[in-house]
Structure formats: C-alpha cells, structure tokens
Design a protein around this ligand. Structure first.
Ligand code: 13P
Length: 254
C-alpha cells in the first residue's frame, strides 16, 4: 500500500512572517492523528525554510526546497547547493517543475543532473513532468511523458528510484482552474507506472508514489485521490491557505 502524500508548493509566495503565521494556523487546527494516515509536505521559498523547519520540529511535516543546483559549491551566483540544503535539515526537493523548465530553461539534461545530485546527497526528489495543452491536443502526451521520464531519470538505478516521487503536472492545468479529469489523470499515472515497470521492474513500479498537480482544490481533490494510481497531490494556490490545505489533506483519508 502506498501512503498518500499531500504536498504544497508555495512557489514565490510568502515572506518569513507570513510563513510563521501559516504554520501557527495550520498546527493549531490540524488533528495530529491525521499525520499517521497521510504524509504532508510543504515546499516554501529558500528564505522561509529555516522558520518552517523550526515550526515543524515537533510534528511530522516534511519541509523541502523548490529547486537546487547540481554542483556542491562554486561560482554560480544566485544558486543554492544540495550541501547547503542538507546541512539546513532539508531532505526533500522539487526538481523539474514546469515553471523552472519554461521560465528558467531547465532542460531535461539539467534536470537529470539535479536528480542525480540530489540522490547522491540523500535528498529525495519530487520529479515533475507534464505535457503542454498543444501536446495533449495533438495526442502526443503519452510520448512526451515517456521521453521526459527516460531523460530525467537517466542513470538512476533501481535502488535510487525508490527515493524518488513523480508528480504528473499537465502544464495546461497549472494555475488555470482547468483540471485533468480523474479518468485522464489516472490513465496517465498508469502509463507512468508502466514505463517505470519497463525501465526497472514491477515491484519498483508498484511502490512508486505518483502525485497529481494542477488546480487541485478542496472541491476536486477527493475525486482524484480516490483513484488507484493517484498517490497524492502537489498543490500550488490552495496550499497557501491553511484551511484549504487542511481540507485537501483530510480528503485524502476520507
Ligand atoms: P496550482 O495548484 O496553483 O494549479 O499549481 C500546481 C503546481 O504547479 C504545483 O506544483
């Protein structure tokens, strides 16, 4: 049985003070018995990681980073290394989000370097993949996803793949209010599991957690999360509000 993971990707939102207020609210309102039933993660901006980790010291909520560079140190102005993350107590990182791919030119090659680097520092990546609206319209979505998986996971062996989570985030569904139907999302997750089974083996594929991301809200989360192949959600907008985030967390165990 794969335990569900509900993860919030804050993107470039929230100052340190807003982060403190978010966790004060969430931790007051969360029923602590939920934590044993579902995994919860929050990915704040780098500057907020310290207070987020402090706030979650006594509660099992994963705090991770939204990105990292693949080198350990050096002349890479503006970048954050896996060594820095690890020493700060960060053991999880989002890699290959479509906003990184589109706005900051993270190629499959760079994403592969980042995944390999994270793994070598014992940081667990959530690898994001997803097709554009045009690719889906042209019926290329399955091949696009297969290509991304093969390139982004190049040289990842069958031991290391166990520490990776995949997030399927169709680009046309991110921040648009357009959501993949539970049928379409489940079909794509099944396809991803099949590809992982072919590259590695069935046991690896069965244990792989595959999250859905793109306009997940409290009013649609349950219908997605009850599907066999959907093992959680990566949430943008709705993860910024503690009450909405909590409602989605609850819908994972109903
Ligand atoms: P939204 O939930 O705001 O559509 O964002 C999804 C996302 O990109 C999570 O990584």
């Amino acid at each position: 049985m794969r335990k569900k993971l509900i993860a919030g990707n804050w993107k470039m939102n929230k100052t340190v003070n807003e982060t403190i207020r978010f966790f004060d609210n969430l931790l007051t309102n969360i029923d602590h018995s939920i934590i044993s039933k579902v995994d919860i993660a929050v990915f704040p901006p780098f500057l907020d990681l310290y207070v987020a980790l402090e706030k979650c010291k006594k509660i099992d909520i994963i705090i991770g980073a939204q990105n990292m560079y693949y080198k350990d140190e050096g002349a890479y102005t503006g970048e954050i290394s896996p060594v820095m993350l690890k020493e700060s107590g960060v053991n999880n990182v989002i890699i290959g989000h479509s906003e990184r791919r589109c706005y900051f030119n993270d190629s499959d090659n760079v994403i592969n370097e980042k995944v390999l680097s994270a793994i070598s520092h014992n940081i667990n990546p959530i690898l994001c993949i997803g097709e554009t609206e045009k690719e889906r319209k042209d019926n290329k979505h399955f091949t696009v996803i297969e290509r991304q998986i093969k390139r982004d996971l190049f040289n990842i062996n069958s031991e290391n793949i166990r520490n990776i989570t995949i997030a399927y985030e169709p680009i046309w569904a991110i921040g648009t209010g357009k959501i993949a139907t539970p049928d379409d999302a489940d079909e794509m997750h099944k396809h991803i599991r099949h590809i992982i089974g072919e590259i590695y083996d069935n046991e690896v594929a069965e244990n792989l957690r595959i999250l859905y991301g793109g306009s997940v809200k409290p009013n649609n989360s349950k219908s997605l999360l009850e599907r066999n192949n959907i093992d959680g959600a990566l949430i943008g907008g709705a993860s910024l509000k503690p009450d909405l985030f909590l409602e989605i967390i609850k819908s994972a165990i109903e």
